[in-house]
Design a protein around this ligand. Structure first.
Ligand SMILES: Cc1cc2nc3c(=O)[nH]c(=O)nc-3n(C[C@H](O)[C@H](O)[C@H](O)COP(=O)(O)O)c2cc1C
Length: 316
């Protein structure tokens, strides 16, 4: 029997035995499956079942991470990792991170717009919006959102004997050690002057690098589990991709934690910029991570999709 057949057989059986779902839900809510259960009112059934019953996965992966994330003065790993990053080779590679950007097929972006509107009023006006109108965004609007998320704004001098002028480029958002392990991918649908397709934002040159040789529309709806957004009307989606080895060689397990903090900063800047531009956006937790990673060419091992946001114009 194939996996699909057996899934179908189980679903059909459960549909006939309605009381089992009720008993299962009760069991998930009222048995202690986690040391965090006192603080958890509603637990995701899939995660609970996996954590409790699967012989392969012994517990929640998040719980495992937190239980093992016990940084203390006795953990020399991170201290050794950090000390290595004062070496000439590490400093030089940070200072020349712009060389990682590819220019062969890069598309220049317009200068970002300098946004008006006070911080307090923009923060107050930021609301998730789901009623996209289908009106395209301009390339300048896309460039402005991207620049606020990752734009290069300064340079930190890190002179070494070999390179007295070395400087690490700094961006709009803080990053542990200035290593910037998160990249932004644009899935363009309706952006004037830009073929629908997937592009990586290159902050140093403020360019887009096409991920496909000939850009092709990305099937956004096929990657999302949303029911309350007309996905075809979204102007573009932004995908945050974490590159594990950019910062974990320095910070060990804290690399992931630091990266997620950075994603939060980028995400807030994206929302503030699009709010000031009069655009709407909605973060999406419900996406097919593996399918998306595969379609974008990320391995899902060292490079992970960690966040997904839809951006566009709302109905007036
Ligand atoms: C990581 C994350 C995932 C989210 N996933 C979804 C989602 O899948 N669908 C959705 O409609 N909203 C999603 N949201 C938006 C939240 O529902 C929204 O931020 C929350 O209701 C508060 O509303 P506000 O953003 O307007 O303040 C997500 C937000 C975050 C930060």
């Amino acid at each position: 029997m194939s996996l699909e057949d057996s899934q179908e057989a189980v679903s059909a059986y459960l549909a006939r035995q309605g009381h089992l779902a009720t008993a299962g839900a009760f069991g998930q809510q009222h048995t202690s499956v986690s040391v965090y259960s006192p603080s958890t009112v509603v637990r995701a059934p899939e995660a609970v079942v996996r954590g409790r019953w699967s012989p392969v996965v012994g517990g929640f992966v998040g719980e495992e991470l937190l239980l093992n994330h016990r940084r203390s003065g006795r953990d020399l790993g991170m201290q050794l990792g950090v000390s290595r990053y004062y070496g000439h080779d590490a400093v030089t590679s940070s200072a020349h991170s712009d060389l990682r950007e590819r220019q062969d097929r890069a598309i220049d972006l317009p200068e970002p717009r300098r946004l008006k509107g006070g911080l307090t009023s923009t923060v107050t006006a930021r609301r998730s919006g789901r009623q996209f109108s289908g009106r395209p965004s301009s390339l300048e609007e896309l460039a402005t959102v991207l620049w606020h998320a990752q734009g290069v704004t300064d340079s930190l001098p890190v002179p070494t004997a070999q390179d007295p002028d070395a400087g690490v480029p700094l961006r709009t958002v803080a990053s542990g050690g200035g290593l910037y392990p998160v990249r932004l991918v644009v899935l363009a649908q309706h952006v004037k002057g830009l073929a629908a397709g997937a592009y990586e934002y290159q902050p140093h040159s403020h360019t887009l690098y096409p991920l496909q040789r000939t850009p092709e529309p990305v099937d956004l709806a096929g990657h999302l589990w949303t029911a309350d957004v007309e996905v075809d009307k979204v102007a573009f989606a932004l995908v945050h991709v974490y590159d594990l080895y950019v910062n974990s060689q320095k910070y060990g397990d804290s690399g992931l934690v630091f990266a997620l903090i950075e994603v939060g900063g980028m995400s807030q800047n994206i929302h503030l910029a699009r709010t000031a531009l009069g655009m709407i956006a909605c973060d999406q937790g419900g996406y097919d991570k593996q399918k998306l990673e595969k379609s974008l060419g990320y391995d899902g091992t060292s490079r992970h999709v960690v966040h997904f946001t839809l951006v566009g114009h709302g109905e007036v």
